[in-house]
Design a protein. Sequence first.
Length: 440
Amino acid sequence: MRSSHSLENTRPSEAPSEEPVPEEAPGGSRRAWVIGLLGVLFLCLAAPYTDLTLMGSELAGNHLPLGAVCLFLALLLGSRLLRRAFPCWRELSGRELLLAFAMMLVAAGLPTFGLAAYLFPAASAPVYYATPENRYAEVLLSYVPAWLIPQDADAVRHFYLGLPPGATIPWGAWVRPLAAWSALALAAYLVILSLGVLMSDQWIRRERLSYPLMQLPLEVTTQKRWNWRDPLLLLGMAVPMALHTLNGLHSVAPEFPEIRLKNVPFLSLGADKPLSYLRSSINVYFCVIAVAYLLPAEVSFSIPFFFFFNKVQYMAAYMHGSDLAFGKVVEAQYVGAFLVFVFAGVWAARPHLREVWHSAIGRHAKAEGKEYRWALLGLGAGAVAMVAWLAVAGVRPIVGLAVVVIFIAICIGLGRIVVESGALFAKATQMRPLTAFDYL
């Protein structure tokens, strides 16, 4: 089943209301930028607290951040309510809503699992976990430039154990390493955004991928009338809200009943091997069910099929006496399949990439190819900056170049997986450069 709404046919400039709206600038209105920046500021403050401190409902823990979606819907409904209350208020158009939503999507993960949640531990763990027994100070820290890690041992210890009463955050110890790592992060995100621009036309218009995660914002912003009183819509909203509310009450007041939605036993053919490899449980995510409805049939079928195919592989390995070592085989299988997946996608995109080059830089460069020109410059500048940063940090240039190439492959592969399958949680765990090098 393919979604009925194609990105190719999207016209974000249409307003959700029937009244005509003034012509907007191509870059979006000022109020859209201001609203988007305010949303970004809110997420940068709220997401670290909810995701990393409370460990509750993650506002930015997946590829469709809950915080950005809630703010987007609040903007949509709030704008319409303001229009009804104050007729002089000009309702936010579809383009303005999508611009603000895109800004929040890009920024949502940065203060949590998109950057900060890994950056601080990476910069401090070698210092905190160094002991005379593991000799980190000799065999590891001696090769790490001083500007990459905080040099104040007390500041690092306070980061892991908390500040003493009355103490203030020792920002001075963190300024230099955070500035250094931020330079690499900026270059990496420049590469990511540039790749998105270069590949978008191929994926949207040529291959017509479904982009299931974007169907909600596109539908509610391009439809002139949206029936919020539709019984099916209200039922679909009420069921998950009621269940999650009940489970939330149970977590703070156990006298409320709990409806189990996670780790629900699904398949169990026995506790003994090899049948135990087929044991499976289900986590019920209503948003994933909704996304799966929008997927093409071959994609929605392939995800569970290869999940169980992997389990069958472990069964076969056990029956041949090699199950303990089979994990490494699966890792190598993942690396090979991922690289072939990326290579096949780039190979199929050759006509598009050739057109991008000719329209942006070739002899017959076109005025409309300006965005591709900037994307190519951004990709090149970001990649060169990453290689240079790694070289300054002590990595040999040829190794640094290989790391950046693998990083670009990861970006293309994960991007393709997310826009085609709607995967909320997608990580190229086995494609870490050091792991990938083992199999290349």
